[in-house]
Design a protein around this ligand. Structure first.
Ligand code: NAP
Ligand code: 3JN
Length: 345
């Protein structure tokens, strides 16, 4: 089998580390791994297949000879360096929001719209984590019954906000338990002047606010869902919330379908849907939870129930590992799809 030279940009970050782990676990045909980060981390090492591999600074020339570049170092880095990588012949799978809404760039969740990846022009975007797990769960229902409207509330783990946010939750938890004071500096948004404690708290803000009162994370869910489902009319009303959980985003999702459904059909569709694991047994208190989803590639769905008031209303509880299916695993799945279906030069 052909082997590929694979760059991971952001290799020292929360997502980049999971990308490297996922390449190894999935036995992706990596001939050479090239971990990249900022000049700050150049010279550090990452572990891959039992060996230490040196991290190099991500600069335009570093992309000479790279076949596939998985980017996860933020939108600014992606905007600056991914065109440089593409110009040098790499196919870029970008985990940032930089190009997601660009009509020339496919926005891909393999279980939902995998075929769109094959029309790439060198660049493929990985959607936002909250969007990915929602559309994987809803796709089988969308195809069978149509969906008019989605009302979603997220319960997002701190790892979605990066390595520093994980440290902040753990440090604050230890400090509070020891009776000490905390001085938040990362959440809800590191670059804003005001920060709130996350330990023993819940923050109804993920990313910055837009003029319409929704946050950027919420607007990503609206716009990315429309693009992935190729349905500019679908109504999405999100509220994104940060909770003191390290890994695993949860979502309470309410949908109104276009056509009537039976619950038996819904269970059947979810049971056989690619990438979905149905965990729904109220009698034995079985439902998806972040602690059980951590480290797993599936999107877990439970608490499936017909709405009490709307005849075509359905409630679901959707949980997934935000660093895996929400980021690293989805990106590696896209790379696998390109290898399997001739999508690489
Ligand atoms: P993180 O833990 O803070 O890691 C950031 C990574 O980016 C580090 O490896 C860092 O390297 C690198 N980096 C920073 N500035 C750089 C530069 N100028 N050149 C090259 N590398 C640079 O953050 P994370 O949680 O892994 O997230 C990284 C990005 O992934 C986010 O900004 C976002 O765009 C994307 N993301 C997407 C999703 C999703 O929903 N699909 C979820 C989370 C994150 P140093 O060690 O050298 O600083
Ligand atoms: O907060 C989360 O749970 C998900 C965060 C995703 C994120 C964080 C910083 C920058 C993104 C993203 O992927 O949408 C970005 C970004 O690239 O805009």
């Amino acid at each position: 089998m052909k082997e590929y030279t694979v760059a991971v940009v952001g290799a020292t970050g929360a997502v980049g580390q999971k990308m490297i782990e996922t390449l190894e676990v999935r036995r992706f045909p990596v001939g050479r791994l090239v971990p990249m980060a900022s000049a700050r981390s150049a010279g550090q090492t990452v572990e891959f297949r039992g060996r230490s591999v040196e991290v190099i600074e991500a600069r335009p020339e570093a992309f000479e000879g790279i076949d596939i570049a998985l980017f996860s170092a933020g939108a600014k880095v992606s905007r600056a360096l991914s065109p440089e990588a593409v110009r040098r012949g790499a196919v870029v799978i970008d985990n940032s929001s930089a190009f997601r809404m660009d009509p020339e760039v496919p926005l891909v969740v393999p279980e939902v719209n995998g075929e769109t990846a094959l029309s790439h022009k060198g660049l493929i975007a990985n959607p936002n984590c909250s969007t990915i797990q929602m559309v994987v769960a809803l796709k089988p229902l969308y195809d069978r019954f149509g969906i008019e409207r989605i009302v979603v509330s997220t319960y997002q783990a701190v790892s979605g906000a990066g390595g520093k946010a994980i440290e902040e939750l753990l440090d604050q938890t230890r400090a509070r338990l020891a009776g000490g004071a905390v001085s938040p500096s990362v959440l809800p948004v590191a670059s804003l002047p005001v920060h709130h404690p996350i330990a023993f708290n819940v923050l109804p803000q993920v990313d910055v606010f837009e003029d319409n009162g929704f946050t950027k994370e919420e607007m990503k869910m609206v716009n990315e869902t429309r693009k992935i489902l190729n349905d500019p009319e679908i109504a999405v009303t999100p509220t994104c919330v940060r909770v003191p959980v390290v890994t695993g985003h949860a979502e309470a999702v309410y949908v109104e379908t276009k056509r009537p459904f039976s619950l038996d059909d819904v269970y059947g569709l979810l049971r056989s849907a690619p990438g979905v694991a149905l965990v729904d047994d109220p009698a034995s208190q079985r439902y998806p939870m972040p602690l059980e989803a951590e480290g797993r590639p599936e999107v877990f769905v439970g608490r499936v129930r017909r709405d009490l008031t709307h005849p075509r209303g359905l409630n679901l509880w959707v949980v997934s590992d935000n660093l895996l299916k929400g980021a690293a695993y989805n990106a590696v799945q896209i790379a696998e799809l390109l290898v399997e279906r001739g999508g690489l030069p």
